[in-house]
Ligand binder design. Structure first.
Ligand SMILES: [Zn+2]
Length: 236
């Protein structure tokens, strides 16, 4: 029997058998892993805190049984559970990861981005929706669907006037290149993408965008997400 050590974020946990939990981990080393925590539902259980979503730390996993034999939690991001809005946005981030990361396939870049995003919601006193917009923009980039911020994806000219999201390809194009299945994106929303994409998580609390631009941004990103990954996110 082998034991492996992984760094991971708990994405979700569900009841399993009488006293156990089936925990979905996003690990740096192996992407998503489904593991078992034994007897964690009892009050005295040593690892009962390690099964909660958002927990980040080191886990020891016994193979091939996939039973967790040890956990050293570095941060539980407990702050996220105290505020319902923060909690929902945090859950949307974990849900996004669960949807796009393939089991067993590592994605270090997305792991780091996820950790930064949930840390930012928990501790930085930011508009939570800004964090989610920034996170989703990075998800599209990570999955090979970068959204054009300065120049049209098709002709490469700077954007002047109207711009559109082409739903067939997940790209932002100008009026001249608009074709097929497109939705218009307001300049305010596009500017929200650009600013959030170019501002680091630790500086997000210093910016203020046009009112409601983050709502339009989330709506557009949600539509794009559904088209790219066949899943609707419950964002708003
Ligand atoms: Zn164009």
């Amino acid at each position: 029997m082998d034991t492996i050590k992984v760094k991971a974020i708990v994405l979700s946990s569900a009841d399993y058998k009488e006293k156990d939990k089936l925990v979905t981990l996003f690990t740096i080393e192996h992407g998503i892993m489904q593991v078992i925590m034994k007897s964690v539902k009892t009050q005295k259980a040593k690892m009962k805190f390690a099964k909660e979503p958002f927990c980040f730390g080191e886990f020891l996993i016994s193979l091939p049984s996939k039973v967790i034999t040890g956990a050293n939690i570095e941060d539980s991001f407990f702050e996220l559970t105290k505020d319902i809005d923060k909690f929902y946005i945090g859950c949307a981030i974990l849900e996004t990861v669960k949807t796009i990361v393939v089991s067993g396939e590592k994605n270090v870049e997305l792991f780091i981005e996820t950790l930064k995003a949930i840390g930012c919601i928990a501790y930085n006193g930011v508009n939570d929706k800004y964090v989610l917009v920034k996170f989703l923009l990075s998800v599209f980039k990570n999955m090979g669907y970068s959204l054009a911020l300065d120049k049209c994806s098709t002709c490469g000219q700077k954007f002047i006037g109207k711009r559109y999201l082409n739903l067939d390809f997940g790209e932002i194009v100008c009026t001249g290149c608009k074709s097929g299945n497109c939705i218009e994106i307001s300049a305010k929303c596009h500017s929200c993408f650009k600013i959030l994409s170019e501002t680091s998580y630790d500086k997000l609390n210093t910016i203020k965008l046009a009112p409601k631009s983050e709502d339009e941004a989330l709506n557009v990103l949600n539509i794009n997400f559904e088209r790219r990954f066949n899943k609707k996110l419950n964002l708003l």
